[in-house]
Design a binder for this molecule. Sequence first.
Ligand SMILES: Cc1cc2nc3c(=O)[nH]c(=O)nc-3n(C[C@H](O)[C@H](O)[C@H](O)COP(=O)(O)OP(=O)(O)OC[C@H]3O[C@@H](n4cnc5c(N)ncnc54)[C@H](O)[C@@H]3O)c2cc1C
Length: 533
Amino acid sequence: MQQKVSLQLLPPQLANAANIITAIAKATGKKESSITGFHIQKQSIDARGRTIWINCTVNAFIDEPFQQRVIHSFHFKEVGNANKKVIIIGAGPAGLFAALQLLELGIQPIILERGKDVRARRRDLAILNKEGIVNPDSNYCFGEGGAGTYSDGKLYTRSNKRGDIDRILNLFVHFGAEEKILYEAHPHIGTNKLPNIITAMREQLIASGAQFIFEKKVTDLVIDADKVMGIGTADGDFFKGDAVILATGHSARDIFELLHRKKITIEAKPFALGVRVEHPQMLIDQLQYHCTSRGEYLPPAAYSLVQQVNGRGVFSFCMCPGGIIAPAATSPGELVVNGWSPSKRNNPYANSGMVVQVEIADAASARKKNTQLSQDQADNPLQLMWFQQMVEQQCYTAGGGNFKAPAQRMVDFSERRLSTSLPTCSYQPGLTSVQLSEVLPDFVYDCLAKGFKVFGKKMKGYFSNEAIVVATESRTSSPIRIPRDINTLTHPQLINLYPCGEGAGYAGGIISAAMDGERIAKQIEKVIGTPKL
Ligand SMILES: Cc1cc2nc3c(=O)[nH]c(=O)nc-3n(C[C@H](O)[C@H](O)[C@H](O)COP(=O)(O)OP(=O)(O)OC[C@H]3O[C@@H](n4cnc5c(N)ncnc54)[C@H](O)[C@@H]3O)c2cc1C
């Protein structure tokens, strides 16, 4: 028989299958020899008390032969000759998972991506990190796999559509991710492993007859009445399809501008902006695990903090244990930071975005300090995008150029004191000691300065001058929403344009972007019908 068993284990116990069998035998009252094997179904760390426990649920095989875990299988159809074609703009998680879903439905995806493939893209990241030169089409946000490729690869989501989440996780495993992402409470792939997984997805798409074209920047939508007839690209090409999925991510400012210029409705959308904070990982381990050293069995510790300050949410975002702070700008002259970590999370730093909710009215009120936005701009749907860009430009200037980031020690930050020295930091292009209250919008600075102190009370030791504050974490989510009809999922003005993923405002992370891509693909199949193959 097979039996679900809940176990509470010490970290070293989990590292050894024989210990787990002993624990299963104890929990079920069966003999150890009758337990032929088990699969872990859920696993999480409970670090609330002095003793750290690993809680897990296992499926135990008792008095019957052990069987390997069943991984969901997928059937991708050959679509090279399909009579239905869908153009997908952008090969991020939304575009890629839409494309894979279209293959299953027998529809040919034509994927147009402004950036390069993962391998070529890696060279552009090295130039950005070492020489401070950004390629506007190939960077941490643009290129094969989108912002998801050189990301941390944390696969959590606030969505509760368990079936859909499991499907996405199984697809990741199908393309090479480790099975443990299927049961860990906080699954994580790591930047070193994501490129191979993304490459495997592309190889499947091409083998099944999809078109996948790199360095194809979409610059125009050709519209007739209420339909997009085709797509124009920067190099003068034109593509036609039965539907168009617009999955260009939150950093494709030229796409937002294009839509606005063509009078296709877009809306300003609240987002969050702030800084990235980095502590020594050992300090975070000590605080979270109540120990001097976490030892070999526990993973580097994470944290999640949230607080209302001055009536606004201040919260940690995209925490990367054992991670690196990366330059995530997409244009020269703008400074943006984000974080990633390798699968082993074995860097000596723990970083996290620490951001403040930005409302639509803030773009106008922030003019007091940052004078760039005129009244006309402040009434425009692009206003929060311009506000975001303005802060990024100020940070670039304050850092002194070449993507050196303005930074300050945490206590100095909250007490408006210029740091006389900065601790070592994972951010490769370098740092400049700056009074960040002079760079960030006042409301962002005030909320963060107070928020850090509150977080220091919640997590004693967090508020420390060992921690460094690096500006600016500004690409947390899209500052614009591209509206879509709740039933048809198309843009209200254009019957075959499907805004999709994070850039359109319908996702916030890899999993939710992937789920949105799948949802759009299924909807398109309902509209354009079952294709002839
Ligand atoms: C450093 C970093 C770390 C992150 N870590 C995590 C994490 O651990 N977990 C998590 O869930 N999320 C993480 N994220 C966020 C996550 O990557 C995004 O939420 C996700 O990638 C959004 O998917 P998307 O497909 O909607 O858009 P994107 O991934 O942004 O993809 C959009 C694609 O469109 C392309 N494109 C843009 N304009 C055009 C055009 N005009 N023509 C053709 N192509 C175009 C871009 O090149 C890009 O490939 C991280 C992001 C970064 C930058």
